[in-house]
Each structure stands twice: as C-alpha cells, then as structure tokens.
Design a protein around this ligand. Structure first.
Ligand code: G4P
Ligand code: NA
Ligand code: NA
Length: 193
C-alpha cells in the first residue's frame, strides 16, 4: 500500500537489531486518518469473507484493528496480555513467546466475546516472528471459530512469521512488506517477489 510505504519512508527510523521505529504514527502517537485508510484497505481485501469479528492483541494492534472493525461494521476484540494465568475457566488462552523481550506472556479472550459461529479476521501492527499471530490462531482453534485471514500493517518479511502463517494455511495480507532493514535503510519487497 503506497500511502503506508511512503509514510514509513518519511517517518520511520531503523534501530539496531532490525527494528523499525514507527512511534510517530502507529506505536505511540497514532495517526487516525492513516489508521482509517488502513482499515479501508483491510475491508477491501477481506469484505467477501463473511467476517463477523476483528481479533487483535493489546496494545499496538488495537488502533488498526478498531478502524478495520469500523470500516467493516463488526466488533473488535483484543486479547489481553498477562504474565501467567491461574483462573482460566472463562477464558481462551494461549502462550506467546516474545523474542525481543525473551519472556512468555499469556494472551486471553473472555469466552463471552468469541463464539463458534464467528468468522474472525486477525489484525496486528507488526508481523515479525509471528508469535502473537500464532497465539491468536490457537485461540481461534480452541474457540472453534473460522479464520478469514490475517491482516498485518507492517510485515518484516525476512523474519519467520510470514512463512508460519502460510504454513498454517491461512490467508495473509500485509499492507507493507519489508525485505530488509540493513544499513539503516528500509527496503520493501517488490511486487513480483
Ligand atoms: P512476533 O513474534 O509477535 O511477530 O513479535 P516479536 O516477539 O518478534 O516482537 C515482540 C514485540 O515487538 C511485538 O509487540 C511486535 O509487534 C514488536 N515488533 C517486532 N518487530 C518490530 C519492529 O521492527 N518495530 C516495532 N515497532 N515493533 C516490532 P508487543 O510488545 O507484543 O506488542 P505491543 O504491546 O507493542 O502491542
Ligand atoms: Na508492538
Ligand atoms: Na502488536
């Protein structure tokens, strides 16, 4: 999506360790107009899939997920993060390992907010190693809900997540795909790759 790629080129900075900092429009300060446009693009991509609910993880997934829900006129549910859960009877839970922080977190969704007749669209801000998406796919499986696909704002295509989603047999749409962050430069995947 050109609007997004242009914004990343203009306002994104590359930090050591292959990290793209986009805290002036996505991860700290948020540009609502851009988020609304991203939501419109996810709607265009997934509107024929019968999506009944958008699913994300707190906190940075919420902004693009909310605008996708607004555009598609469906509710948005975000999984909550906890260090480790004890009382889980009323929750669907999955364990998510963060490579960057080297900790396990449980993510969970209250069973009241996801039902077997739902078809969920999973939205997240970043796809890196894919642990968060994998956790949401696990929750969808536990809840016996269909998955319409995964919509990602920024995919780091050189990390493991992209292949993990495809291996799971799930449709993946990433609005910006980054091939490399080498030499402090953002290089996008070109169309034919
Ligand atoms: P993943 O397996 O879920 O793909 O992510 P990973 O553990 O590699 O990364 C941990 C956190 O860092 C995730 O956020 C992920 O979205 C974020 N992240 C990964 N790569 C980048 C990057 O290049 N730039 C930025 N800005 N973020 C990145 P989180 O801590 O789980 O979520 P949140 O609380 O920020 O929403
Ligand atoms: Na994040
Ligand atoms: Na995220």
């Amino acid at each position: 999506m050109k609007l997004l790629e242009d914004r990343i080129k203009r306002d994104g900075t590359v930090l050591p360790g292959n990290v793209l900092k986009v805290d002036n429009f996505l991860n700290h300060q948020i540009d609502p107009n851009l988020m609304y446009a991203l939501g419109g693009e996810f709607k265009r991509l997934f509107e024929k899939e019968g999506v009944t609910k958008v699913l994300t993880v707190e906190s940075s997934g919420i902004a693009p997920a909310l605008m996708t829900g607004l555009q598609m006129d469906v509710p948005v549910v975000f999984a909550r993060k906890h260090r480790s859960l004890t009382l889980t009877d009323n929750l669907y839970t999955a364990t998510v390992y963060s490579y960057t922080k080297q900790v396990n977190n449980d993510i969970s969704i209250d069973k009241r907010f996801i039902a077997p007749d739902d078809k969920v669209l999973i939205i997240d801000d970043f796809l890196a190693n894919g642990q968060a998406v994998q956790g949401m796919l696990e929750i969808a499986k536990s809840a016996h809900v269909a998955v319409a696909g995964v919509g990602i704002v920024i995919e780091k295509s050189f990390q493991k997540g992209h292949q993990m989603v495809l291996d799971a047999g799930v449709r993946l749409e990433s609005l910006a795909r980054i091939a490399s962050l080498d030499d402090n430069q953002v290089t996008f995947v070109t169309e034919d790759e």
